[in-house]
Design a binder for this molecule. Structure first.
Ligand code: C2E
Ligand code: MG
Ligand code: MG
Length: 486
Protein backbone atom coordinates (compact mmCIF):
# COMPACT_ATOMS: atom_id res chain seq x y z
CA UNK A 1 0.00 0.00 0.00
CA UNK A 2 2.90 2.37 0.62
CA UNK A 3 3.59 3.31 -3.04
CA UNK A 4 -0.07 4.06 -3.61
CA UNK A 5 -0.18 6.41 -0.65
CA UNK A 6 2.88 8.25 -1.94
CA UNK A 7 1.28 8.75 -5.34
CA UNK A 8 -1.99 10.03 -3.94
CA UNK A 9 -0.14 12.52 -1.80
CA UNK A 10 1.94 13.55 -4.78
CA UNK A 11 -1.17 14.31 -6.77
CA UNK A 12 -2.71 16.44 -4.05
CA UNK A 13 0.54 18.16 -3.32
CA UNK A 14 1.10 18.98 -6.98
CA UNK A 15 -2.27 20.55 -7.34
CA UNK A 16 -1.73 22.66 -4.28
CA UNK A 17 1.71 23.89 -5.21
CA UNK A 18 1.57 24.63 -8.90
CA UNK A 19 3.30 28.01 -8.71
CA UNK A 20 6.30 26.68 -6.81
CA UNK A 21 6.94 23.95 -9.37
CA UNK A 22 6.66 26.37 -12.23
CA UNK A 23 9.56 28.35 -10.73
CA UNK A 24 11.66 25.30 -9.84
CA UNK A 25 14.76 24.01 -11.63
CA UNK A 26 15.02 21.14 -14.12
CA UNK A 27 15.43 18.33 -11.55
CA UNK A 28 12.38 19.43 -9.62
CA UNK A 29 10.46 19.69 -12.85
CA UNK A 30 11.39 16.14 -13.84
CA UNK A 31 10.10 15.00 -10.46
CA UNK A 32 6.99 17.02 -11.15
CA UNK A 33 6.48 15.38 -14.53
CA UNK A 34 6.92 11.85 -13.16
CA UNK A 35 4.57 12.51 -10.27
CA UNK A 36 2.05 14.09 -12.61
CA UNK A 37 2.06 10.95 -14.72
CA UNK A 38 1.71 8.76 -11.67
CA UNK A 39 -1.13 10.81 -10.24
CA UNK A 40 -2.92 10.82 -13.59
CA UNK A 41 -2.48 7.08 -14.00
CA UNK A 42 -3.84 6.51 -10.53
CA UNK A 43 -6.81 8.79 -11.18
CA UNK A 44 -7.58 6.80 -14.31
CA UNK A 45 -7.44 3.53 -12.38
CA UNK A 46 -9.50 4.84 -9.49
CA UNK A 47 -12.26 6.41 -11.56
CA UNK A 48 -12.98 4.08 -14.43
CA UNK A 49 -16.77 4.80 -14.12
CA UNK A 50 -17.78 6.81 -17.13
CA UNK A 51 -14.33 7.57 -18.61
CA UNK A 52 -13.79 7.29 -22.35
CA UNK A 53 -12.62 3.80 -23.33
CA UNK A 54 -12.15 4.48 -27.03
CA UNK A 55 -10.07 7.57 -27.52
CA UNK A 56 -10.21 9.06 -31.00
CA UNK A 57 -7.48 8.05 -33.43
CA UNK A 58 -4.69 10.60 -33.18
CA UNK A 59 -4.87 10.93 -29.39
CA UNK A 60 -1.53 10.13 -27.79
CA UNK A 61 -1.04 8.60 -24.41
CA UNK A 62 -0.17 11.12 -21.73
CA UNK A 63 3.37 9.79 -21.57
CA UNK A 64 3.88 10.12 -25.34
CA UNK A 65 2.55 13.68 -25.32
CA UNK A 66 4.99 14.60 -22.55
CA UNK A 67 7.85 13.09 -24.50
CA UNK A 68 6.78 15.00 -27.62
CA UNK A 69 6.56 18.23 -25.68
CA UNK A 70 9.96 17.76 -24.04
CA UNK A 71 11.57 17.09 -27.41
CA UNK A 72 9.88 20.11 -28.94
CA UNK A 73 10.95 22.35 -26.07
CA UNK A 74 14.46 20.97 -26.18
CA UNK A 75 14.73 21.55 -29.94
CA UNK A 76 13.51 25.13 -30.13
CA UNK A 77 12.27 26.24 -26.70
CA UNK A 78 8.85 27.04 -28.14
CA UNK A 79 5.56 25.26 -27.60
CA UNK A 80 1.93 26.05 -27.08
CA UNK A 81 -0.23 24.11 -24.67
CA UNK A 82 -4.01 24.29 -24.61
CA UNK A 83 -5.73 22.64 -21.68
CA UNK A 84 -9.38 21.96 -22.43
CA UNK A 85 -12.09 20.93 -20.02
CA UNK A 86 -15.46 19.55 -21.00
CA UNK A 87 -18.38 20.97 -19.06
CA UNK A 88 -21.76 19.49 -18.28
CA UNK A 89 -20.51 15.94 -17.78
CA UNK A 90 -20.63 15.89 -14.01
CA UNK A 91 -24.23 17.10 -13.95
CA UNK A 92 -25.03 14.60 -16.64
CA UNK A 93 -23.47 11.75 -14.72
CA UNK A 94 -25.92 12.31 -11.88
CA UNK A 95 -28.90 11.68 -14.11
CA UNK A 96 -27.62 9.39 -16.88
CA UNK A 97 -26.21 5.87 -17.01
CA UNK A 98 -22.38 5.69 -16.91
CA UNK A 99 -22.42 4.04 -20.34
CA UNK A 100 -24.35 6.97 -21.85
CA UNK A 101 -22.00 9.48 -20.26
CA UNK A 102 -19.01 7.52 -21.55
CA UNK A 103 -20.37 7.52 -25.09
CA UNK A 104 -21.12 11.23 -24.87
CA UNK A 105 -17.56 11.86 -23.70
CA UNK A 106 -16.15 9.81 -26.56
CA UNK A 107 -18.35 11.62 -29.09
CA UNK A 108 -17.32 14.99 -27.72
CA UNK A 109 -13.62 14.05 -27.83
CA UNK A 110 -13.99 12.81 -31.41
CA UNK A 111 -15.67 16.06 -32.36
CA UNK A 112 -12.84 18.03 -30.79
CA UNK A 113 -10.21 15.81 -32.38
CA UNK A 114 -11.71 16.46 -35.81
CA UNK A 115 -11.01 20.16 -35.32
CA UNK A 116 -7.31 19.83 -34.52
CA UNK A 117 -4.99 21.32 -37.14
CA UNK A 118 -2.25 19.31 -38.82
CA UNK A 119 0.71 18.79 -36.54
CA UNK A 120 -1.28 19.30 -33.32
CA UNK A 121 -1.16 16.48 -30.79
CA UNK A 122 -3.51 15.71 -27.96
CA UNK A 123 -3.87 13.46 -24.95
CA UNK A 124 -6.61 12.93 -22.41
CA UNK A 125 -5.39 14.40 -19.14
CA UNK A 126 -8.13 13.38 -16.76
CA UNK A 127 -11.70 12.28 -17.19
CA UNK A 128 -12.94 15.64 -18.44
CA UNK A 129 -9.72 17.30 -19.51
CA UNK A 130 -7.31 16.95 -22.37
CA UNK A 131 -4.15 18.70 -23.42
CA UNK A 132 -3.31 19.86 -26.93
CA UNK A 133 0.27 20.54 -27.95
CA UNK A 134 0.60 22.79 -30.97
CA UNK A 135 3.64 22.68 -33.24
CA UNK A 136 6.25 25.33 -32.49
CA UNK A 137 5.46 27.08 -35.76
CA UNK A 138 2.00 28.04 -34.49
CA UNK A 139 1.70 31.49 -32.95
CA UNK A 140 -0.50 32.84 -30.17
CA UNK A 141 -3.21 33.87 -32.60
CA UNK A 142 -3.44 30.35 -33.99
CA UNK A 143 -3.81 29.00 -30.44
CA UNK A 144 -6.53 31.51 -29.66
CA UNK A 145 -8.39 30.71 -32.86
CA UNK A 146 -8.21 27.00 -32.14
CA UNK A 147 -9.44 27.47 -28.57
CA UNK A 148 -12.32 29.59 -29.88
CA UNK A 149 -13.21 26.99 -32.48
CA UNK A 150 -13.14 24.15 -29.95
CA UNK A 151 -15.35 25.99 -27.48
CA UNK A 152 -17.78 27.25 -30.13
CA UNK A 153 -17.77 23.91 -31.94
CA UNK A 154 -18.96 22.00 -28.92
CA UNK A 155 -21.46 24.63 -27.85
CA UNK A 156 -23.20 24.52 -31.21
CA UNK A 157 -22.66 20.81 -31.72
CA UNK A 158 -25.10 17.93 -31.48
CA UNK A 159 -26.58 16.71 -28.20
CA UNK A 160 -24.02 13.96 -27.66
CA UNK A 161 -25.44 10.49 -27.12
CA UNK A 162 -28.85 12.14 -26.86
CA UNK A 163 -28.06 13.82 -23.53
CA UNK A 164 -30.45 16.46 -22.30
CA UNK A 165 -27.60 18.54 -20.81
CA UNK A 166 -25.39 20.34 -23.31
CA UNK A 167 -21.69 19.52 -23.23
CA UNK A 168 -19.45 22.55 -23.53
CA UNK A 169 -15.76 23.31 -23.35
CA UNK A 170 -13.45 25.76 -21.61
CA UNK A 171 -9.80 26.23 -22.57
CA UNK A 172 -6.66 27.78 -21.07
CA UNK A 173 -3.57 28.53 -23.14
CA UNK A 174 0.09 28.79 -22.11
CA UNK A 175 2.97 29.61 -24.45
CA UNK A 176 6.64 28.70 -24.04
CA UNK A 177 8.98 30.24 -23.27
CA UNK A 178 7.09 33.22 -21.78
CA UNK A 179 4.67 31.17 -19.66
CA UNK A 180 7.04 28.38 -18.69
CA UNK A 181 10.02 26.53 -20.03
CA UNK A 182 8.99 23.01 -19.17
CA UNK A 183 5.90 21.06 -20.09
CA UNK A 184 4.89 20.79 -16.43
CA UNK A 185 5.06 24.56 -15.97
CA UNK A 186 3.08 25.12 -19.15
CA UNK A 187 0.32 22.72 -18.10
CA UNK A 188 0.17 24.38 -14.67
CA UNK A 189 -0.19 27.81 -16.15
CA UNK A 190 -2.66 26.62 -18.75
CA UNK A 191 -4.63 25.28 -15.80
CA UNK A 192 -4.66 28.71 -14.16
CA UNK A 193 -5.81 30.23 -17.47
CA UNK A 194 -8.50 27.55 -17.72
CA UNK A 195 -9.75 28.28 -14.21
CA UNK A 196 -9.99 31.97 -15.09
CA UNK A 197 -11.79 31.20 -18.37
CA UNK A 198 -14.24 29.00 -16.48
CA UNK A 199 -14.93 31.77 -14.02
CA UNK A 200 -15.43 34.37 -16.72
CA UNK A 201 -17.84 32.06 -18.61
CA UNK A 202 -17.50 34.23 -21.72
CA UNK A 203 -15.73 33.72 -24.06
CA UNK A 204 -14.74 30.52 -22.22
CA UNK A 205 -11.06 30.46 -23.21
CA UNK A 206 -8.03 32.64 -22.61
CA UNK A 207 -4.28 33.00 -22.14
CA UNK A 208 -2.29 32.61 -18.96
CA UNK A 209 -1.29 35.97 -17.41
CA UNK A 210 1.37 36.42 -14.69
CA UNK A 211 -1.07 37.79 -12.05
CA UNK A 212 -3.05 34.55 -12.13
CA UNK A 213 -0.81 32.82 -9.59
CA UNK A 214 -1.52 35.48 -6.96
CA UNK A 215 -5.20 35.43 -7.81
CA UNK A 216 -5.13 31.66 -7.48
CA UNK A 217 -3.62 31.93 -3.99
CA UNK A 218 -6.40 34.31 -2.98
CA UNK A 219 -8.93 31.86 -4.34
CA UNK A 220 -7.39 29.01 -2.39
CA UNK A 221 -7.65 31.12 0.79
CA UNK A 222 -11.25 32.01 -0.05
CA UNK A 223 -12.15 28.41 -0.69
CA UNK A 224 -10.77 27.51 2.70
CA UNK A 225 -12.86 30.30 4.23
CA UNK A 226 -15.99 29.11 2.43
CA UNK A 227 -15.47 25.50 3.51
CA UNK A 228 -14.99 26.58 7.10
CA UNK A 229 -18.03 28.83 6.92
CA UNK A 230 -20.19 26.02 5.58
CA UNK A 231 -19.06 23.51 8.18
CA UNK A 232 -19.04 26.12 10.95
CA UNK A 233 -21.41 28.93 11.65
CA UNK A 234 -19.99 31.91 9.75
CA UNK A 235 -22.66 32.41 7.09
CA UNK A 236 -25.48 34.79 7.69
CA UNK A 237 -28.20 36.53 5.76
CA UNK A 238 -28.68 40.27 5.53
CA UNK A 239 -32.10 41.58 4.56
CA UNK A 240 -32.79 44.46 2.19
CA UNK A 241 -36.27 45.96 2.34
CA UNK A 242 -38.55 46.22 -0.69
CA UNK A 243 -41.30 48.86 -0.74
CA UNK A 244 -44.40 49.54 -2.83
CA UNK A 245 -43.81 52.54 -5.11
CA UNK A 246 -47.26 53.93 -4.44
CA UNK A 247 -47.92 54.24 -0.76
CA UNK A 248 -44.51 53.14 0.47
CA UNK A 249 -45.68 50.00 2.30
CA UNK A 250 -42.99 47.49 3.10
CA UNK A 251 -43.70 44.36 1.02
CA UNK A 252 -40.83 42.17 2.14
CA UNK A 253 -37.07 41.67 2.14
CA UNK A 254 -34.48 40.19 -0.16
CA UNK A 255 -32.18 37.82 1.72
CA UNK A 256 -28.54 38.45 0.75
CA UNK A 257 -25.85 36.12 1.94
CA UNK A 258 -22.83 37.39 3.90
CA UNK A 259 -19.54 35.73 4.76
CA UNK A 260 -17.13 37.16 7.29
CA UNK A 261 -13.85 35.33 7.69
CA UNK A 262 -11.68 36.07 10.76
CA UNK A 263 -8.56 36.34 8.55
CA UNK A 264 -9.88 37.68 5.26
CA UNK A 265 -12.59 39.95 6.68
CA UNK A 266 -15.93 40.43 4.92
CA UNK A 267 -16.08 38.69 1.55
CA UNK A 268 -18.73 39.98 -0.86
CA UNK A 269 -21.08 37.45 -2.48
CA UNK A 270 -19.90 38.53 -5.92
CA UNK A 271 -16.52 37.07 -4.95
CA UNK A 272 -17.39 33.99 -2.94
CA UNK A 273 -20.51 32.71 -4.70
CA UNK A 274 -18.71 31.91 -7.97
CA UNK A 275 -16.04 30.13 -5.91
CA UNK A 276 -18.61 28.23 -3.91
CA UNK A 277 -20.20 27.23 -7.21
CA UNK A 278 -16.84 26.05 -8.49
CA UNK A 279 -16.16 24.05 -5.34
CA UNK A 280 -19.62 22.49 -5.40
CA UNK A 281 -20.48 24.10 -2.06
CA UNK A 282 -23.22 26.37 -3.35
CA UNK A 283 -25.82 23.64 -3.10
CA UNK A 284 -25.37 23.36 0.67
CA UNK A 285 -25.13 27.14 1.00
CA UNK A 286 -28.26 27.63 -1.10
CA UNK A 287 -30.21 25.06 0.90
CA UNK A 288 -29.15 26.79 4.10
CA UNK A 289 -30.24 30.20 2.72
CA UNK A 290 -33.72 28.85 1.87
CA UNK A 291 -34.06 27.27 5.30
CA UNK A 292 -32.84 30.38 7.13
CA UNK A 293 -35.00 32.78 5.09
CA UNK A 294 -38.10 30.67 5.82
CA UNK A 295 -37.25 30.51 9.50
CA UNK A 296 -36.85 34.26 9.73
CA UNK A 297 -39.83 35.19 7.54
CA UNK A 298 -42.12 33.02 9.67
CA UNK A 299 -41.61 35.57 12.46
CA UNK A 300 -42.60 38.58 10.34
CA UNK A 301 -46.11 39.98 9.87
CA UNK A 302 -47.99 37.74 7.43
CA UNK A 303 -48.02 40.15 4.47
CA UNK A 304 -44.21 40.24 4.18
CA UNK A 305 -42.38 38.11 1.62
CA UNK A 306 -38.81 36.79 1.81
CA UNK A 307 -36.88 36.56 -1.46
CA UNK A 308 -33.97 34.14 -1.82
CA UNK A 309 -31.46 34.04 -4.68
CA UNK A 310 -30.84 30.66 -6.34
CA UNK A 311 -27.75 29.46 -8.19
CA UNK A 312 -27.86 27.32 -11.33
CA UNK A 313 -26.32 24.31 -9.54
CA UNK A 314 -29.30 24.11 -7.19
CA UNK A 315 -31.45 23.06 -10.13
CA UNK A 316 -29.18 20.15 -10.94
CA UNK A 317 -29.35 18.37 -7.61
CA UNK A 318 -32.88 17.06 -7.84
CA UNK A 319 -33.46 18.18 -4.24
CA UNK A 320 -34.51 21.80 -4.73
CA UNK A 321 -38.26 21.28 -4.70
CA UNK A 322 -38.29 18.93 -1.72
CA UNK A 323 -35.89 21.27 0.10
CA UNK A 324 -38.20 24.25 -0.42
CA UNK A 325 -41.29 22.24 0.54
CA UNK A 326 -39.64 20.95 3.71
CA UNK A 327 -38.41 24.40 4.74
CA UNK A 328 -41.90 25.88 4.26
CA UNK A 329 -43.47 23.07 6.27
CA UNK A 330 -40.87 23.11 9.02
CA UNK A 331 -41.45 26.81 9.67
CA UNK A 332 -45.17 26.81 8.84
CA UNK A 333 -44.57 29.51 6.24
CA UNK A 334 -47.27 29.77 3.55
CA UNK A 335 -45.71 29.31 0.10
CA UNK A 336 -46.84 32.75 -1.14
CA UNK A 337 -44.49 34.31 1.43
CA UNK A 338 -41.42 32.87 -0.23
CA UNK A 339 -40.02 34.08 -3.51
CA UNK A 340 -37.03 32.70 -5.39
CA UNK A 341 -34.89 34.87 -7.66
CA UNK A 342 -32.99 33.53 -10.63
CA UNK A 343 -30.98 35.27 -13.31
CA UNK A 344 -31.05 34.57 -17.01
CA UNK A 345 -27.73 32.76 -16.66
CA UNK A 346 -29.56 30.04 -14.72
CA UNK A 347 -32.04 29.55 -17.53
CA UNK A 348 -29.21 29.20 -19.98
CA UNK A 349 -27.62 26.24 -18.19
CA UNK A 350 -30.46 23.92 -19.17
CA UNK A 351 -33.63 25.82 -19.61
CA UNK A 352 -36.04 22.86 -19.66
CA UNK A 353 -34.63 21.38 -16.46
CA UNK A 354 -34.81 24.79 -14.75
CA UNK A 355 -38.20 25.79 -16.14
CA UNK A 356 -39.85 22.53 -15.09
CA UNK A 357 -38.71 23.08 -11.49
CA UNK A 358 -39.75 26.72 -11.56
CA UNK A 359 -43.20 25.60 -12.73
CA UNK A 360 -43.43 23.24 -9.77
CA UNK A 361 -42.47 26.04 -7.40
CA UNK A 362 -45.11 28.29 -8.97
CA UNK A 363 -47.66 25.47 -8.66
CA UNK A 364 -46.82 25.27 -4.97
CA UNK A 365 -47.51 29.02 -4.67
CA UNK A 366 -43.89 30.19 -4.36
CA UNK A 367 -43.13 33.45 -6.21
CA UNK A 368 -40.52 33.31 -8.98
CA UNK A 369 -38.64 36.46 -9.95
CA UNK A 370 -36.35 37.04 -12.90
CA UNK A 371 -33.47 39.01 -11.36
CA UNK A 372 -31.11 41.55 -12.92
CA UNK A 373 -33.24 41.80 -16.03
CA UNK A 374 -31.73 43.95 -18.77
CA UNK A 375 -28.09 42.99 -18.29
CA UNK A 376 -27.75 39.58 -19.90
CA UNK A 377 -29.40 38.43 -23.07
CA UNK A 378 -32.78 39.80 -21.96
CA UNK A 379 -34.29 37.03 -24.01
CA UNK A 380 -37.97 37.63 -24.52
CA UNK A 381 -38.53 33.96 -25.24
CA UNK A 382 -37.89 33.09 -21.58
CA UNK A 383 -40.43 35.65 -20.50
CA UNK A 384 -43.03 34.11 -22.80
CA UNK A 385 -42.11 30.52 -21.90
CA UNK A 386 -42.41 30.91 -18.17
CA UNK A 387 -44.92 32.80 -16.04
CA UNK A 388 -42.52 34.69 -13.76
CA UNK A 389 -44.41 36.46 -11.03
CA UNK A 390 -41.88 39.26 -10.89
CA UNK A 391 -39.37 41.05 -13.09
CA UNK A 392 -36.49 42.77 -11.29
CA UNK A 393 -34.86 45.44 -13.40
CA UNK A 394 -31.11 45.54 -12.97
CA UNK A 395 -29.68 48.40 -10.98
CA UNK A 396 -27.62 49.63 -13.91
CA UNK A 397 -30.85 51.06 -15.35
CA UNK A 398 -31.48 53.17 -12.25
CA UNK A 399 -27.92 54.49 -12.52
CA UNK A 400 -28.40 55.38 -16.21
CA UNK A 401 -31.75 57.10 -15.78
CA UNK A 402 -30.36 60.45 -14.69
CA UNK A 403 -28.49 61.11 -17.89
CA UNK A 404 -29.95 58.84 -20.53
CA UNK A 405 -33.26 59.45 -22.25
CA UNK A 406 -32.89 56.18 -24.14
CA UNK A 407 -32.53 54.26 -20.83
CA UNK A 408 -35.87 55.79 -19.83
CA UNK A 409 -37.48 54.65 -23.09
CA UNK A 410 -36.10 51.12 -22.75
CA UNK A 411 -37.30 50.99 -19.15
CA UNK A 412 -40.77 52.14 -20.11
CA UNK A 413 -40.92 49.32 -22.68
CA UNK A 414 -39.68 46.73 -20.15
CA UNK A 415 -42.25 47.79 -17.57
CA UNK A 416 -45.02 47.64 -20.16
CA UNK A 417 -43.85 44.21 -21.25
CA UNK A 418 -43.71 42.95 -17.65
CA UNK A 419 -47.18 44.26 -16.89
CA UNK A 420 -48.50 42.85 -20.16
CA UNK A 421 -47.29 39.42 -19.06
CA UNK A 422 -48.90 39.81 -15.65
CA UNK A 423 -45.69 40.40 -13.68
CA UNK A 424 -44.94 42.77 -10.86
CA UNK A 425 -41.98 44.97 -11.76
CA UNK A 426 -39.30 45.88 -9.20
CA UNK A 427 -36.69 48.59 -9.77
CA UNK A 428 -33.38 47.68 -8.09
CA UNK A 429 -30.51 49.91 -7.04
CA UNK A 430 -32.40 53.13 -6.32
CA UNK A 431 -29.92 55.53 -4.76
CA UNK A 432 -31.44 58.99 -5.32
CA UNK A 433 -34.83 60.63 -4.88
CA UNK A 434 -34.79 61.60 -8.53
CA UNK A 435 -34.32 57.96 -9.58
CA UNK A 436 -37.15 56.96 -7.28
CA UNK A 437 -39.52 59.50 -8.74
CA UNK A 438 -38.54 58.70 -12.35
CA UNK A 439 -38.99 54.97 -11.77
CA UNK A 440 -42.32 55.57 -10.07
CA UNK A 441 -43.40 57.71 -13.04
CA UNK A 442 -42.34 54.98 -15.46
CA UNK A 443 -44.68 52.59 -13.69
CA UNK A 444 -42.45 50.26 -11.61
CA UNK A 445 -44.48 48.65 -8.84
CA UNK A 446 -41.80 47.98 -6.22
CA UNK A 447 -38.64 49.77 -5.17
CA UNK A 448 -35.37 48.48 -3.70
CA UNK A 449 -32.13 50.37 -3.17
CA UNK A 450 -29.77 52.09 -0.79
CA UNK A 451 -32.00 55.20 -0.73
CA UNK A 452 -34.76 53.18 0.90
CA UNK A 453 -32.68 50.76 2.91
CA UNK A 454 -29.36 48.97 2.69
CA UNK A 455 -29.10 45.24 3.32
CA UNK A 456 -29.08 44.98 7.11
CA UNK A 457 -28.47 42.22 9.66
CA UNK A 458 -31.40 40.31 11.06
CA UNK A 459 -31.15 42.26 14.31
CA UNK A 460 -32.19 45.45 12.43
CA UNK A 461 -35.14 43.94 10.58
CA UNK A 462 -37.66 44.38 13.38
CA UNK A 463 -36.87 48.12 13.51
CA UNK A 464 -37.42 48.45 9.75
CA UNK A 465 -40.78 46.68 10.03
CA UNK A 466 -41.89 48.80 12.99
CA UNK A 467 -40.79 52.06 11.37
CA UNK A 468 -42.75 51.30 8.23
CA UNK A 469 -45.77 50.24 10.27
CA UNK A 470 -45.66 53.56 12.13
CA UNK A 471 -45.29 55.53 8.89
CA UNK A 472 -48.22 53.69 7.35
CA UNK A 473 -50.35 54.35 10.42
CA UNK A 474 -49.47 58.04 10.25
CA UNK A 475 -50.61 58.11 6.61
CA UNK A 476 -53.96 56.41 7.23
CA UNK A 477 -55.97 59.38 8.64
CA UNK A 478 -55.18 61.46 5.57
CA UNK A 479 -56.29 58.61 3.33
CA UNK A 480 -59.57 58.29 5.23
CA UNK A 481 -60.19 62.09 5.09
CA UNK A 482 -59.55 62.22 1.37
CA UNK A 483 -61.85 59.23 0.90
CA UNK A 484 -64.55 61.02 2.91
CA UNK A 485 -64.07 64.19 0.89
CA UNK A 486 -64.38 62.25 -2.36
P1 C2E B 1 -28.88 40.62 -6.43
O1 C2E B 1 -29.72 39.44 -6.14
O2 C2E B 1 -29.20 41.41 -7.63
O3 C2E B 1 -28.92 41.52 -5.12
C1 C2E B 1 -28.88 42.90 -5.13
C2 C2E B 1 -27.47 43.39 -4.95
O4 C2E B 1 -27.45 44.79 -5.16
C3 C2E B 1 -26.98 43.20 -3.52
O5 C2E B 1 -25.57 43.04 -3.59
C4 C2E B 1 -27.31 44.53 -2.87
O6 C2E B 1 -26.51 44.80 -1.74
C5 C2E B 1 -26.99 45.45 -4.01
N1 C2E B 1 -27.75 46.71 -3.91
C6 C2E B 1 -28.99 46.89 -3.44
N2 C2E B 1 -29.35 48.19 -3.54
C7 C2E B 1 -28.30 48.84 -4.10
C8 C2E B 1 -28.05 50.21 -4.46
O7 C2E B 1 -28.89 51.09 -4.29
N3 C2E B 1 -26.86 50.49 -5.03
C9 C2E B 1 -25.91 49.53 -5.24
N4 C2E B 1 -24.76 49.89 -5.79
N5 C2E B 1 -26.10 48.22 -4.90
C10 C2E B 1 -27.29 47.89 -4.35
P2 C2E B 1 -24.85 41.90 -2.78
O8 C2E B 1 -25.48 41.69 -1.46
O9 C2E B 1 -23.39 42.18 -2.86
O10 C2E B 1 -25.20 40.63 -3.65
C11 C2E B 1 -24.70 40.50 -4.94
C12 C2E B 1 -25.31 39.33 -5.62
O11 C2E B 1 -24.91 38.11 -4.99
C13 C2E B 1 -26.83 39.31 -5.57
O12 C2E B 1 -27.34 40.19 -6.54
C14 C2E B 1 -27.09 37.85 -5.88
O13 C2E B 1 -27.01 37.63 -7.27
C15 C2E B 1 -25.92 37.17 -5.21
N6 C2E B 1 -26.40 36.61 -3.93
C16 C2E B 1 -26.57 37.21 -2.74
N7 C2E B 1 -27.03 36.33 -1.83
C17 C2E B 1 -27.15 35.14 -2.47
C18 C2E B 1 -27.58 33.82 -2.07
O14 C2E B 1 -28.01 33.54 -0.93
N8 C2E B 1 -27.54 32.85 -3.03
C19 C2E B 1 -27.12 33.11 -4.30
N9 C2E B 1 -27.11 32.11 -5.18
N10 C2E B 1 -26.74 34.32 -4.72
C20 C2E B 1 -26.75 35.33 -3.80
MG1 MG C 1 -31.56 39.08 -6.19
MG1 MG D 1 -30.67 41.87 -8.70
Amino acid sequence: MAPLAVIVLSGAFLTASQGIWAEAGPVAQTVFTVALLAAGALAAVLSPGSGAKNLPAGFLSKRDLMTEASQQLHANAEATVILCELTGLSWTSRSEQPETVRRALEDALASLCARLPTGAQAAQWSEERFVILLPASRDAMAALNLARELCAGLASGPAFAGLATAIGCHAGIALAPADGQSFGALVNNAELALAEARRQQQPGYGFYAPGMSAASERRTALQRAIREAVSGDALRLDFQPVYAMSGGELTGFEALIRLHDPELGPIPPSEFIPLAEEAGLIVDIGAWAIEEACRVAAQWPPHLVAAVNLSPAQFHTGTLITGVRRALQRHALPAYRLEVEITEGTLMTDSELVLSQLRRLRDMGVGVALDDFGTGYSSLSYLCKFPFSKLKIDRSFAAELDHSASARSVLRAIVKLGHGLGMTVTAEGIETKRQLSLLRGIGCDLAQGYLLGRPAPLSDVAAVILRNFAQQLARKPRAVKSAAAA
